[in-house]
Design a binder for this molecule. Structure first.
Ligand code: CUA
Length: 312
């Protein structure tokens, strides 16, 4: 399952935002470790002492001293936290790549806006970003509260119905970084995953151009039959395949479905057997999702798989 498990650790930052979060973590860790050692030391001293109660005038300065140290420590932790929060929000982002992110139960839609509607790229699962450039994720929720978190790249930010939020991040190393929903949102919350693909500007531009292209037409008679099966079924009600009559927006776009590594947002590998099972009975792979099963005749199903397999 290695191909399904990209980097996902807040302690291995691949971007400046995540580095701030990691610094804060170790700052808190150091303070907590120091406090732990001091408290244990005080306990040992107390146990070793004679069992005679101290006079009140001897206790008083100790209590006052401990209170002051505690207050100062809490203020220092607060300042560290506020400084980190400000650093996270203050990345220079004049030339940011903007992405409109919508959280659905239980998948992510990524739209790269453009002044020309025909140049808007819409994808799911894989969020492609150029390395070294700030990314401005404009977050909205379609149904319930979700939360977007890519531990290797940034802190998390909630997606709240009716209230748009923004998250800035920057990937400083190329790679694949796993993201997930970090706010419980129902049955398949744990399978609401995605991957940030950080690549060079050239690779990103090439990907964007490919993503913008309409779906490949069926390559042979079997795939053609598969397309007919798709269009005559209820699939187009929910799914879009750019360049065809399928324009549904309830579920993820399928224009380039064959280029994704997984189906169901990381639930299963995108292999023909899993895809067949998914089409016939998605509820047994990902119970609770909107998509109903469709009992296609086996020849229709094989044709449909051939068609979808060609949508690279
Ligand atoms: Cu969406 Cu949890």
């Amino acid at each position: 399952m290695t191909s399904l498990a990209p980097a996902q650790s807040a302690l291995e930052p691949a971007g400046v935002q995540a580095a701030h979060v990691e610094e804060l973590f170790w700052g808190y860790f150091d303070v907590a470790a120091l406090v732990f050692i001091l408290v244990l030391g005080a306990l040992v001293v107390a146990l070793a002492k004679r069992r005679t109660p101290d006079a009140p005038e001897r206790k008083k300065p100790v209590v006052i001293g401990a209170t002051v140290i505690t207050a100062v420590t809490l203020v220092v932790l607060l300042v560290m936290s506020v400084v980190t929060g400000r650093a996270l929000a203050s990345i220079a982002h004049a030339d940011a790549v903007k992405v409109d992110v919508t959280g659905y139960r239980w998948w992510w839609k990524f739209e790269y806006p453009d002044a020309e509607p025909s140049k808007i790229v819409t994808t799911t699962y894989e969020l492609h970003v150029p390395v070294g450039r700030p990314i401005e994720l404009r977050l909205r929720a379609a149904d319930v509260i979700h939360s977007l978190w890519v531990p290797s790249l940034s802190g998390k930010r909630d997606l709240i119905p009716g209230k748009n939020t923004t998250l800035l991040l920057r990937a400083d190393r190329p790679g694949r970084y796993e993201g997930m929903c970090a706010e419980f949102c129902g049955l398949q919350h744990a399978n609401m995953r995605f991957v940030v693909v950080a690549e060079t500007q050239e690779q990103f531009d090439a990907w964007r151009a490919a993503a913008l292209a309409p779906a490949r037409p069926p390559a042979d008679a079997v795939a053609q039959r598969g397309q007919d099966v798709f269009m005559k079924s209820r699939c187009p009600v929910c799914h879009t395949i750019a360049g065809t009559e399928a324009r549904g927006t309830v579920g993820p776009p399928l224009t380039h479905v064959a280029s994704r590594r997984t189906i169901g947002q990381g639930t299963a590998p995108n292999e023909v057997g899993h895809l067949a099972g998914w089409i016939v009975d998605p509820q047994s792979t990902k119970p609770g999702i909107v998509m109903p099963g469709t009992p296609f005749a086996s020849e229709d199903l094989m044709a449909l798989l051939a068609y979808l397999g060609g949508l690279r």
